[in-house]
Design a protein around this ligand. Structure first.
Ligand SMILES: [Zn+2]
Ligand SMILES: [Zn+2]
Length: 88
């Protein structure tokens, strides 16, 4: 479980398409776009988990404000993102 962890982002160098891993797995992820392999960029999307119901949300685009997702009347917990970004 190295590269295809949840929050990882791959980009097509030809057309700029991006994909994010939402659920990590054991396999070797090798997405292709425009007939070229997509490259993993050094970004981890922030994923928040609800401690009550287990729903997970991924931040696709960050704004300038403070982001505080709430679910089941509880603050959601950051699962991956900023803290792990440097390791990627
Ligand atoms: Zn492409
Ligand atoms: Zn919930």
């Amino acid at each position: 479980m190295a590269t295809n962890r949840a929050g990882s982002v791959y980009r097509c160098t030809v057309c700029g398409a991006e994909l994010s891993v939402i659920r990590s797995g054991e396999g070797r992820l090798a997405p292709v776009c425009c007939n070229v392999p997509m490259v993993r960029i050094g970004v981890l999307r922030d994923i928040y988990v609800c401690p009550v119901c287990g729903i997970e949300v991924m931040v696709v685009r960050k704004g300038g404000g403070s982001f505080e997702p709430i679910c089941c009347s509880r603050p959601m917990v950051l699962k991956s993102g900023d803290a792990e970004r440097l390791a990627g």
